[in-house]
Design a protein around this ligand. Sequence first.
Ligand SMILES: Nc1ncnc2c1ncn2[C@@H]1O[C@H](COP(=O)(O)OP(=O)(O)OP(=O)(O)O)[C@@H](O)[C@H]1O
Ligand SMILES: [Mg+2]
Length: 493
Amino acid sequence: MSFGKRVSGGNAAAPGKPVAPASPSPEVKPKAVAPAPKPAAPAPAPVPAKVKPPEAPAAEEMVVSEKSEQYYATKTTVFNALIDTIDLGQLAQLDQESAREEIRDIVVEIIAIKNVVMSISEQEGLLDDICNDVLGYGPLEPLLARDDIADIMVNGADTTYIEVDGKIQRTNVRFRDNAQLMNICQRIVSQVGRRVDEASPICDARLLDGSRVNVIAPPLAIDGPTLTIRKFKKDKLRLEDLVNFGSISPAGSELLRIIGHSRCNVLISGGTGSGKTTLLNCLTGFIEPGERVITCEDSAELQLQQPHVVRLETRPPNIEGSGAVTMRELVKNCLRMRPERIIVGEVRGPEAFDLLQAMNTGHDGSMGTLHANSPREALSRVESMITMGGFSLPARTIREMIVGSIDVVIQATRLRDGSRRIINITEVMGLEGDTIVLQDVLTYEIDGEDADGKLIGQHRGTGIGRPKFWERARYYNLEQDLATALDTLEEAA
Ligand SMILES: Nc1ncnc2c1ncn2[C@@H]1O[C@H](COP(=O)(O)OP(=O)(O)OP(=O)(O)O)[C@@H](O)[C@H]1O
Ligand SMILES: [Mg+2]
């Protein structure tokens, strides 16, 4: 046969099994080679009869690409022939373009030799699919190319869900088998120098575009490798966008601006995917350009626009289990870096103590997010993080610390219609006995539901004439703006 082993030079690695190239090319950006579905029109179509039906009772599948069983069978045949022919090790040394060209040429020959009958467009689709499998993230590519998807959730080879517009939908994307899925997971995590296998079945990683990835593999994940991707949004949502979506009212956003400008210490609380990080990113927009800001994150997601920002990221342990750098270590180190504000991406452990201390000791305007379902729960979570962190402080002392450091808690939530809303802006007033006193400045109230199941509601003021941060606002010359915002909220009430 004339084709194959075209890539000459270098060490002649044995023809590979369908595994990831030894050193995956860094250029595996989800290039829209395939006619990727337009972000704006993810029109859900009914499940075609040919697509393997889901095992579980599922709602309507979102058809990402319509392919028949016949197509998959052909693809497997061509793919196997390609793998027998091509030298993956050497392919990995080529740049994306040349590697694609190489694969194209060989696939075209295989199709001719094997007498596969295909239309030109089917052949183009097959070429793209195979290139994606060999060089990129396989069936994930069309999903990664779309900017309207917030999360991709792969539960084993046959089941992939996506979140679009706050709603989780099943797709018809599937992998050849769990081995292919595992190879793709491996390819993803190896880019950040990690490994995922039976010995270390849990792994956090990041795609080159910044998307956050978690992999949990068998035997821990019972039904096959499970991959979760929080897609990085190139165009981060801004506060105006949140206002346009109705996540916050214009007067509410004015309140957020004043809170940000007047350097209140803020905790953003909310459930998973409720929009905490997005909100934190918006709030950081009000930091003055001259301030020295230090951000600490598990996976750098924030995009601060200010010039004087130092970004820090935690590090998981290496394969031998050493070298981990925790959030607590980062936050502690921050304090030696002369920060003016400290931003903690997600507070989930003993670093809560250090963040409160920072807030308490002249780093006004520090911020963090945490998982909780209400402002009150957020504060009790802070308390238990400190208690569980091994600080043997009496509960009252911890509460005094909380009251003395956190000014405002902002609660984000994802409502049942999929929309994300800010549902409380709450002030921490003080301690009464052993109880922390909170005061809502703004709440979101649901008034009903429209014919399409969308919730109707309004952000309302709570009749507070002078919130506790009034003095701060005055100090920053924002007293009048605050009064106006509060009046507007009151009118809505
Ligand atoms: N107000 C909003 N309206 C519409 N979409 C939003 C809104 N806020 C956030 N999103 C989108 O929702 C997704 C999740 O947002 P984000 O990462 O901010 O959530 P999170 O609460 O930080 O999640 P996690 O708990 O996983 O860290 C993102 O794709 C983001 O663009
Ligand atoms: Mg987040």
